[in-house]
Design a protein around this ligand. Sequence first.
Ligand SMILES: NC(=O)c1ccc[n+]([C@@H]2O[C@H](COP(=O)([O-])OP(=O)(O)OC[C@H]3O[C@@H](n4cnc5c(N)ncnc54)[C@H](OP(=O)(O)O)[C@@H]3O)[C@@H](O)[C@H]2O)c1
Length: 251
Amino acid sequence: MELDLRGRHAVVTGGGRGIGRAIALALADAGVHVAFNYLRNRKAAEATVSELQQRGVEAFAVKANVADPGALASLFGEVRERFGTLDLLVANAASGVERDAMDITLRHFQWTMDINAWGFLSAAQLAVPLMQNGGSIVAISSLGAIRAFPYYTAVGASKAAIESLARHLAVELGPRQIRVNAVSPGVVETDALTHFPNREELIAGALARTPMRRLLTAEDVAQTVLFLASDLSRMVTGSTLFVDGGYQTLA
Ligand SMILES: NC(=O)c1ccc[n+]([C@@H]2O[C@H](COP(=O)([O-])OP(=O)(O)OC[C@H]3O[C@@H](n4cnc5c(N)ncnc54)[C@H](OP(=O)(O)O)[C@@H]3O)[C@@H](O)[C@H]2O)c1
């Protein structure tokens, strides 16, 4: 069996930059038409759209906050108009307040949960009616779902929620031949790390702890998403796949 994704249709949330961009490009390299949303960085989104189109696939980007139900509905409405059907949703967009547990306010917590956990669930609710021939839903989690890291309280809790949502959705959507999985990457050097006061320590610590002796790249994460998008993983559902060079297995 080959990884043949030509002609399929995908939505990647937060596809303009970072890991989402790498996923969108890897999908386009495999012949997948890609729609994605962005929130603030229009220039990066436009650059990614033209990189996708240069690969010979259909591609477009819509400005939409994943925490805003109306904006997300517009994104999927445009997907319905332009693509007709959908085969893959990658819930990648994330945000969050980087604070210790004792400094988290209700507003910080709700902000993070709304974007990361509700954003995933509501995107899945909108994607499923477009998946008429089965499909695959992949949510990008992180090791903070199962481990405690400094300043990661709210985001870690939202990632644990994502992994639980993936399991519940997998059970509910299995009879419709829609698979739902989470991917849990280790540290990847993207703009996201600039929000952490301990960025240098975080990177050095990840490198020192990783048995594979190099940091993860966004492309490493994208390759795993390709696997979960394809029929190579046709009986993989309700799982969280670690892509971390072995980081989380170390005692
Ligand atoms: N970097 C890491 O070390 C790491 C490790 C494990 C897991 N992850 C996960 O991987 C995913 C991507 O991370 P990244 O490092 O690539 O992050 P990033 O560089 O900060 O990019 C975040 C992306 O999400 C979009 N976004 C943020 N808030 C949004 C909202 N409310 N509505 C719509 N789009 C929104 C951004 O859009 P704009 O471009 O418009 O700002 C951007 O495209 C996240 O789920 C993250 O938690 C990252």
